[in-house]
Design a protein around this ligand. Sequence first.
Ligand SMILES: Cc1cc2nc3c(=O)[nH]c(=O)nc-3n(C[C@H](O)[C@H](O)[C@H](O)COP(=O)(O)OP(=O)(O)OC[C@H]3O[C@@H](n4cnc5c(N)ncnc54)[C@H](O)[C@@H]3O)c2cc1C
Ligand code: SF4
Length: 338
Amino acid sequence: MINFQYARASDVADAVRQMANDPTAKFVAGGTNLIDLMKIDVERQTKVIDINRLALKQVEGIQGGGLRIGALVRNSDLAYHPLIEQRYPVLASAVMAGASQQLRNMASTGGNLLQRTRCHYFYDTATPCNKREPGSGCSAINGHNRMHAILGTGDACIATHPSDMCVALAMLEAKVHVTGASGDRVIAFADFHRLPGDTPQRDTTLNPGEIITAVELPPRGFATNYTYLKIRDRLSYAFALVSVAVGLELDGDTIKEGRFALGGVAHKPWRDPQAEAALRGQPANAATFARAAEVLLRDARGYEHNTFKIDLARRCIVRALSQAARGTPQSQSNKKIM
Ligand SMILES: Cc1cc2nc3c(=O)[nH]c(=O)nc-3n(C[C@H](O)[C@H](O)[C@H](O)COP(=O)(O)OP(=O)(O)OC[C@H]3O[C@@H](n4cnc5c(N)ncnc54)[C@H](O)[C@@H]3O)c2cc1C
Ligand code: SF4
């Protein structure tokens, strides 16, 4: 049992001020990841700042036609929001593919972006882990690495980012709005999460003390030809081995624009401009999709237990692009269960 202080923030300025006064503190939103990590001694905060009373709970239209999702919008409220269901169904599907209904009722948009990896060594304080304790080593590289990354890995860490929501947000080219002691800034989603490099303890490009206030969606939601395909060990309540979010714009059978992002394969949601270029102007068929998959996976590298992910990713990409092109997205059969 560790002792820690609990404080409540009344608004964003107060949250930023309180954090500046104690840089080792952490914000808590739904608590579904942070509190778990504190219970097992992975996170050792001396203070948590509760942000649940902040006015960041709205999904609202913005000038130019996009949407602004407040950082405290719960995952369930987001997935069932009519504007998300109608205009960004790939995001609704991705959110519904994550966790369980009870967890989605608590989990917030900002917290989902900042959830930590599910690498089991990260959770096991008896083992070396560069992400938990920089410089201690990586137990996964020569250990049990079935769930681990095949793209963008380094010698320091081969963990994956576990979020489903973030895979759809990467494909949609969302933006993250943050506020800190030096003011507001907006981060392109592609630049928000980072590769491990030599500093795997840093998951994102957020500066110390900054708070996420919102996620902005651009006007284009790919609501006609989309899918979110998630392959996992169980049908629910499991993290992705591989997932794919797709958005296509078709002109008859020709792809005008094709985007796809992968989850479960890297330290961040993985997009590849060269692979997407391989779709542009091409017929929407299996041969085109297989070519795009080859391009995306050209530098994929497997470890002892996860080499199967390379072929799994290849098949998932082809299947997801085919589903999107046909206008038959992956079933959301759990969508109506509250
Ligand atoms: C059993 C289980 C299964 C799960 N399965 C899945 C799954 O399949 N797919 C999936 O995507 N997720 C899954 N999750 C993860 C879940 O989605 C996350 O725990 C949740 O989204 C985190 O949101 P939260 O609001 O509870 O975050 P918290 O636990 O409150 O916070 C998480 C982190 O974010 C920081 N933070 C929170 N809000 C802000 C903010 N606005 N600004 C700055 N920092 C902030 C906190 O300081 C903390 O570091 C699962 C979780 C559990 C426990
Ligand atoms: S993969 Fe990353 S999180 Fe897992 S043990 Fe290695 S350093 Fe730690």
